[in-house]
Design a binder for this molecule. Structure first.
Ligand code: TRP
Ligand code: ZN
Length: 518
């Protein structure tokens, strides 16, 4: 799977040299354990490197290798919380060779003798903790760092690494994660687990952090990432693009997109900068789907509260990817998804509120992202064409989710109901091997429409705004949303949410004369 080390030896060597310099010039001495300073095994094998016990374990514990999220139990790590990632990456587009230095500032949640970061298939050359060389080992997506850290203290981990831009196949999704090659470059898609294919990370949405991402690429490539472009530095025939985000980002929402892009700025509402990057192959018809992002922001800001970040934009990659991803402040679109037209543009934008600003702390609650973004698509359609258009969308989704469409095709009501139940599990508990199944999108959106019909438009939009405001830049759970809905409306909504999110049968929508078959 991995490519040989062609032409990237100098980068790895450079990384190690820089790290050694970092280690050497620090004045701060922290008790570090150097029981074993190993390099990882060659990339072609996944052999484990044993870490011996620290000589003085103190009161420290080993931070756990995962946070126990059932959709990927080893994603994320216990014992610390990341505050900031500073990533410095060098990419060779032609070969996919990648060299990086990650400087990670974190707070220890307990006394640690070692802790883990998630990192797939990249070779680590050196690790430092607070400037002192630290022992480490890497195996099967886990980088273990041996260092004593006081509980409550802030510490800085520096990791030098290199390898080839690669992919992983998460158990929970059908779409590959990691690096994808486009016609004119390379880009990442992280949701849910791909971030660890390009940097060492506490790879779980419950640990958001701020980021500085610097990407060096050969001219004339352009590198795009999250946040604001702070600096563009040229050296020789390469350029370094430095981006920073002061608002916290969940690791699945970070991105790097490298390509031969046309940069097309667009005026946003209230002075918000919108900057689109279209692969130069993208047609005018395709570009036009993005022309009304400012209007969409205005609509959603009115319905959900102010746009949560400092900038927005869309990057369209000419790749064989029929999907889009709501990467924070800069949504990513595979050219193949543009057949969906403006709807997908509205969908990814709406995620900036629901998913990006408000991020589920557990993957099970993914309907809080996809159900909301799908409903927002319908709200954009309602805004343009009125309530009947919204109701068409509701009927269409209801027909698919309930099995009514099968009945129309001549299937018996009983069989239709059984088939629908099998194919579209309740959105509040998606199957472990198909997290992004269409029920979290469609039935998730229908849940919101049922709620709107129950509480009325004023209460519905007030509760959406209250929810988006109360949990701005934070993590959320389904329970948090239900609590806000009940507080704002003064109603007991438990029956509605239980039936729509967790019941095996799609509930009726009497207002629209919709009832499940059978
Ligand atoms: N969140 C994406 C959406 O808006 C779906 C998605 C999940 C995805 N994982 C992905 C897209 C990986 C591209 C690549 O619907
Ligand atoms: Zn989505």
């Amino acid at each position: 799977m991995r490519q040989p080390n062609n032409g990237r030896g100098w980068r790895a060597a450079l990384t190690a040299a820089v790290l050694l310099a970092l280690v050497g010039c620090t004045s701060e001495t922290v008790e570090t354990t150097t029981a074993t300073t190993t390099t990882t095994s060659p990339a072609t094998t996944t052999a484990s490197v044993e870490v011996t016990e620290p000589t003085d374990p103190g009161d420290g514990l080993a931070g756990s290798a995962g946070l126990g999220d059932p959709y990927n139990p080893t994603a994320g790590n216990g014992g610390y919380d990341v505050i900031h990632y500073d990533l410095d990456l060098d990419l060779d587009v032609a070969t996919g060779a990648l060299a990086g230095i990650a400087t990670i500032e974190a707070v220890a949640l307990e006394a640690l003798a070692s802790f883990n970061l998630d990192l797939y298939d990249l070779e680590v050359s050196a690790v430092a903790v607070d400037g002192g060389a630290a022992g480490f080992s890497a195996d099967d997506g886990e980088l273990t760092v041996v260092a004593n850290v006081e509980p409550g203290s802030t510490f800085v981990v520096t990791v030098g690494y290199a390898g080839t831009a690669g992919q992983i196949a998460p158990d929970s999704v059908l779409i590959p994660n990691g690096w994808i090659r486009s016609q004119d470059g390379l880009f990442t898609v992280n949701e849910p687990d791909g971030a660890a294919t390009w940097y060492p990370v506490n790879n779980h949405p419950s640990d958001k952090a701020t980021y500085t991402i610097s990407v060096t690429v050969a001219d004339p490539y352009i590198a795009v990432s999250n946040g604001l472009l702070q600096e563009k530095r040229s050296a020789g025939d390469a350029t370094t693009f430095v981006y920073s985000s002061d608002d916290p980002i969940a690791s699945y929402l970070t991105l790097i997109a490298i390509g031969l892009f046309d940069e097309e700025p667009e005026a946003g509402p209230q002075g918000l900068a919108i900057r689109n990057y279209f692969s130069s192959d993208i047609t005018d018809v395709e570009r036009r789907y993005f022309a009304r992002q400012a209007d969409m922001i205005e609509l959603f800001a009115g319905l959900f509260g102010p746009y949560p970040f400092d900038s927005y934009g869309s990057v369209v990659v000419d790749a064989d990817l029929s999907a889009a991803l709501e990467t924070q402040t800069m949504s990513t679109f595979g050219r193949g998804v543009l057949g969906l037209g403006e709807a997908v543009v509205a969908h990814e934008l709406a995620h900036q509120w629901f998913g990006d600003s408000l991020t589920p702390s557990s993957w099970q609650d993914i309907w809080l992202n996809e159900g909301f973004a799908t409903y927002a698509q319908w709200l954009w359609a309602e805004h343009l064409d009125g309530r009947p258009t919204l109701e068409d969308k509701v009927r269409e989704a209801y027909g698919a989710m309930s099995g009514l469409n099968l009945v129309t095709e001549g299937v018996s009501p009983e069989l239709a109901a059984t088939r629908a139940a099998q194919q579209f599990p309740p959105p509040g508990s998606p199957p472990l091997d198909n997290l992004f199944n269409s029920s979290v999108y469609q039935r998730g959106a229908l849940t919101l429409h049922a709620l709107r019909l129950r509480v009325g438009d004023p209460g519905f939009f007030e509760l959406l705004r209250s929810y988006a405001t109360a949990y701005r830049h934070k993590n959320v759970s389904t329970e948090d949303f239900i609590n806000v809905a009940e507080e704002v409306t003064g109603q007991d909504l438990d029956d509605l949410f239980q039936a729509w999110l967790y019941g095996s049968v799609v509930p009726s929508i009497p207002d629209l004369d919709l009832a499940p078959p059978g």
